[in-house]
Design a protein around this ligand. Structure first.
Ligand SMILES: [Zn+2]
Length: 284
């Protein structure tokens, strides 16, 4: 995966630039977060609600994460779908909010995969893949509990060069496939993977494309998925703290070398993990 770091830093810089210009004025707890009203980004939407109880706000059918600011106002923190165009509308039983979403032209990435079944799965592979989607879907759609420390800053699960950024339009053996829904961090096989934030393990397994994978529910629909692991050291249902070891880097599933694929999902929408880590440049 020969991605030029120049492209990566340009993408990161433009994301952060967009984030800075589109960022809403925030109170304390959200102010440190770069937001980006672009596909694959995150927007914060002040709701004008100061109720004691947490309001239920949805994007389509999916409830979104809400945070109460020190002023008492509730703010929705919403993952913007990669396929989103134009306006994004949030709804509650009483109200509706509309957010403008800009465009972002993610670069193309061309990857050569040796295992042809990882590009064009056979019929029995498809049976397996569909079973796996049926397990992963509910893990992504879960909306449980409360984020332990409020809207947490995440820490890097492993350190290493970013070998494939989020959102790139992908071609495997020159055939177009879905955009890259996470961030690839290159690291030697066997490197310990640390939980980026507190949470609960909601799914572990060995999947056709993703290899050995762990899903962590951080609360309110904020989910991490770690893929291509050589080893899984946690069990379904286990409660974990930030920094706990969850397994090791590998290249199981569709991977051209050892790396961690880290997806972050909010409201069942995959977003750029760089927008959630406390130190976006601290991966080295
Ligand atoms: Zn990846």
């Amino acid at each position: 995966m020969a991605i030029k770091m120049k492209i990566l830093s340009a993408v990161t810089a433009s994301l952060l630039l967009i984030a800075n210009t589109l960022c809403h004025a925030q109170a304390d707890s959200l102010s440190d977060y770069p937001m980006a009203a672009i596909p694959g980004g995150i927007v914060s939407v002040p709701l004008g609600i100061t109720s004691h109880e947490r309001p239920t706000v949805k994007l389509g059918k999916q409830p979104v994460l809400t945070v109460q600011e020190t002023s008492g106002e509730w703010v929705a923190v919403v993952g913007v779908p990669l396929e989103q165009n134009g306006k994004l509308t949030l709804t509650s039983q009483q109200k509706q909010w509309t957010v403008e979403v800009g465009t972002h032209d993610y670069p193309e990435q061309h990857i050569t995969v040796e295992n042809k079944r990882h590009v064009n799965p056979e019929t029995n592979d498809m049976t397996r893949i569909n079973k796996e989607y049926a397990l992963m879907g509910p893990a992504y759609k879960g909306y449980n509990g409360i984020v332990a420390e409020g809207w947490q800053k995440m820490s890097w699960p492993v350190k290493g060069p970013l070998s494939s950024p989020f959102g790139f339009k992908r071609f495997f053996n020159e055939q177009p496939r879905k955009p890259h829904s996470g961030l690839d961090i290159a690291a030697p096989a066997g490197t310990t993977i640390l939980a980026p934030a507190d949470g609960k393990i909601v799914l572990t397994g060995e999947f056709f494309f993703n290899g050995n994978s762990v899903f962590i529910d951080h609360g309110q629909g904020l989910i991490s998925m770690m893929c291509h692991m050589s080893r899984i050291d946690v069990k379904d249902g286990q409660i974990i703290k930030r920094g706990d070891a969850i397994g090791a880097v590998g290249q199981t599933g569709r991977a051209t070398g050892p790396h961690l694929h880290w997806s972050i999902s909010m409201n069942n929408t995959r977003v750029n993990p760089l927008l959630l880590v406390a130190d976006p440049n601290g991966n080295q």
